[in-house]
Design a protein around this ligand. Structure first.
Ligand code: FAD
Length: 627
């Protein structure tokens, strides 16, 4: 049914409503609150799986806004876009990106967008048979308090939940500069009515600099790629033409920068707070305090193709504006710099994510899903990845389909969500390749093969076009690998055939073309020109085949470990079990850990901090006996 719905040529309905009176008075399947990176993905995904979806966000014009840097991807980030391990990065045109996201949403069938602010959640009366369990039934808007009903709600309020902005000694309520925070009613409901544990985190952004006031000749130019690679497998080229691209520039802080930071410390309330900030994109104040006497890199990134502004990556700061200007001017390339908007910090509430199930549904509130910065993560990509998954599951729940989870063995999104719900966060969570056990299998070149078939066949959130392309690639790669395996000969004959290639003599078997492709300096093109009749038809996949060949031995070694993890993840733990009275040998500490986290599977239990190998064995025996 879902596939039919997706394939049915339906005219985009995309109503955009500026006031609550304009929205169709009906019960929605899914309401998504917030139009940031998590919210836009959640709304699009819920609509794609077949749910009538309403996206409510404070300002339609800020849908898809990049709150901080004009870039996506990079190590630990690009792998979420492609669920890959190499992390391809891209510099973005902030304005074009926002417009592109808005156009995409407008063209999504079954999706209505409403400009408005959500004041509170609507909840059904608690079920007397299940004390502490709630069900969400919709939301209430501010200004008139109009209720809108739905089966599921996805909250993606980012840095807006009880948000406060900091600059120097000035603090003001806000979720982002120019935007008010979320209504206090929402935080109150989450904490007081639903009893959810929340915490407080912070982040910050640098001043934006007027480009024409920067001495770019005093910085080191970093030209863009001659042939940029698009993120999407479906795009053969990037939206921006190669010749249109702009360079970035590298410069460094000086001892003068450190002096200004130290001088301004007593005037800098944000930095004096204990609230934890993002460790891996720290403010210049944190960098100076942690590493005194060092010079730090500063990347000057264009904000867009026609923008007059530069974003100084590495100079996030919350000093008073006059000190921000003094600090910038301590850097030779910025000695005459003018600031368009000063840097500032934001502190906000997050919901401790161990209270969520792997579908991103709040365990004690049926139908309520959380995604993005509200779960304690930082970054556009982390938010978008969660939004996608929360949207899929909110849509499925509303359509009475079972919720789904993604395994750590299958995708980086699976790793991210598993880390959040099993381990929780003590500081803003950022994705790294090192967080994945099987990163040689989770690669940029095979993300489409790992996830597109499941997205189409099981979930219905992938288009037929994307699926068909993934299947074509999968089948061609399988045939190409088998052709490479079928060509084998002695090392001596290989040396004769391939010239300079130093084929190892120590092999007991005859090396195949696939073995040879693992060698440095051997390309698929070389093999295809030696054996054109068997290989030339696969030239389109040269790069993917080379990568496949290099990683093949690692992946083979990891297979058993992956199987073990998959098996553990298939062993469900009952959610209502009383761990304190379970008749198996577990320490009191382990019982407390299990009672607190209530893991869904044995696999999730093994990853809880405080679990011991002995406890896992006892739990495994218990699951096997009871299941
Ligand atoms: P957001 O992008 O914040 O979107 C939230 C959306 O919800 C907004 O559209 C808002 O209008 C809407 N909303 C909120 N409450 C309501 C309501 N009650 N009703 C209706 N709509 C509502 N990340 C990094 O990785 N590195 C950094 O250095 C960095 N610096 C940052 C600096 C600042 C000042 C800010 C604000 C963010 C920074 N980030 C940084 C974080 C990055 O921007 C976020 O991780 C990402 O945008 C989170 O996406 P999100 O969808 O969860 O929330």
């Amino acid at each position: 049914l879902l596939r039919k719905l997706l394939l049915k040529p339906s005219l985009p309905q995309f109503p955009i409503c500026r006031t609550a009176c304009d929205i169709p008075l009906k019960k929605y399947d899914v309401i998504v609150v917030g139009g940031g990176h998590a919210g836009t993905e959640a709304a699009a995904a819920a609509a794609r799986v077949g749910a009538e979806t309403l996206l409510i966000t404070q300002k339609i014009q800020t849908i898809g806004t990049l709150s901080c840097n004009p870039s996506l991807g990079g190590v630990g980030k690009g792998q979420l876009e492609r669920s890959s391990c190499l992390g391809p990065p891209a510099q973005l045109d902030r304005e074009r990106y926002r417009q592109f996201i808005q156009t995409e949403l407008l063209a999504t069938p079954r999706l209505t967008v409403l400009e408005g602010s959500v004041e509170d959640l609507l909840l059904s009366d608690p079920n007397p048979d299940q004390p502490g369990q709630h069900r969400v039934t919709g939301i209430r808007l501010v200004d008139g308090g109009q209720p809108v009903s739905s089966n599921s709600v996805v909250l993606t309020t980012g840095t807006f939940l009880s948000g406060s902005l900091f600059m120097g000694q000035t603090t003001s309520p806000g979720g982002r500069i120019g935007d008010p925070p979320s209504c206090p009613g929402l935080s109150h409901s989450l904490r007081e009515k639903l009893g959810l544990r929340t915490g407080r985190l912070r982040t910050g952004t640098p001043p934006r600099i007027v480009k024409k006031t920067v001495e770019l000749s005093l910085a080191q130019i970093h030209p863009p790629d001659k042939q940029p690679t698009p993120f999407s497998y479906l795009n053969k080229k990037t939206h921006c033409k190669p010749e249109e691209q702009l360079p970035c520039y590298l410069t460094h802080t000086t001892p003068g920068v450190e002096r200004v930071v130290m001088e301004g410390l007593r005037l800098n309330s944000h930095i004096q707070q204990d609230t934890k900030g993002p460790r891996y994109c720290p403010s210049i104040e944190s960098r100076v305090l942690r590493f005194p006497g060092r010079s730090h890199q500063v990347w000057l990134e264009p904000e867009g193709l026609t923008s007059d502004l530069l974003y100084p990556q590495g100079l996030s700061m919350t000093l008073p504006p006059e000190l921000q200007l003094r600090l910038l001017r301590e850097i030779p390339a910025l000695q005459r710099a003018e600031i368009q908007t000063p840097g500032y910090g934001v502190q906000y509430d997050f919901v401790c994510p161990t209270q969520l199930s792997p579908s991103l549904q709040v365990k004690r509130v049926q139908g309520l899903f959380l995604a993005g910065q509200i779960n304690g993560t930082t970054g556009y990509e982390e938010a978008a990845a969660q939004g996608l998954w929360a949207g899929v599951n909110a849509g499925r729940t509303a359509l009475s389909l079972p919720a789904l989870s993604l395994s750590r063995t299958q995708s980086y999104i699976g790793v991210l969500i598993d880390d959040l719900v099993c381990r929780g966060v003590t500081e803003p969570y950022r994705m790294f390749t090192s967080r994945a056990e099987f990163r040689t299998a989770l690669r940029p070149d095979n993300a489409d093969l790992r996830l597109s078939p499941r997205g189409f066949e099981e979930i219905g959130c992938v288009s037929a076009h994307r699926y068909e392309e993934a299947v074509r690639v999968r089948d061609s790669l399988r045939d190409a690998l088998s052709a490479l395996r079928s060509i084998s000969m002695s090392s001596t004959r290989w040396r004769e055939k391939m010239g300079d290639v130093n084929v190892s003599e120590s092999r007991s078997t005859m090396p195949s073309a696939l073995d040879l492709l693992q060698y440095n300096g051997v390309t698929f093109e070389m093999l295809a020109s030696a054996f054109p009749e068997c290989l030339s038809m696969y030239l389109e996949f040269s790069q993917r085949l080379k990568i496949e060949a290099i990683y093949l031995p690692h992946c083979e070694r990891q297979k058993r470990e992956m199987e073990r993890m998959r098996e553990e993840e298939s062993l469900s733990l009952p959610l209502d079990v009383d761990y304190f009275s379970l008749p198996i040998s577990l320490s009191q500490e382990v019982r407390e850990v299990l009672d607190h986290a209530r893991p869904h599977t044995l696999g999730a239990a093994t990853r809880l901090p405080g679990m011991t190998p002995a406890a896992i064995v006892h739990l495994l025996n218990y699951v096997r006996k009871s299941g």
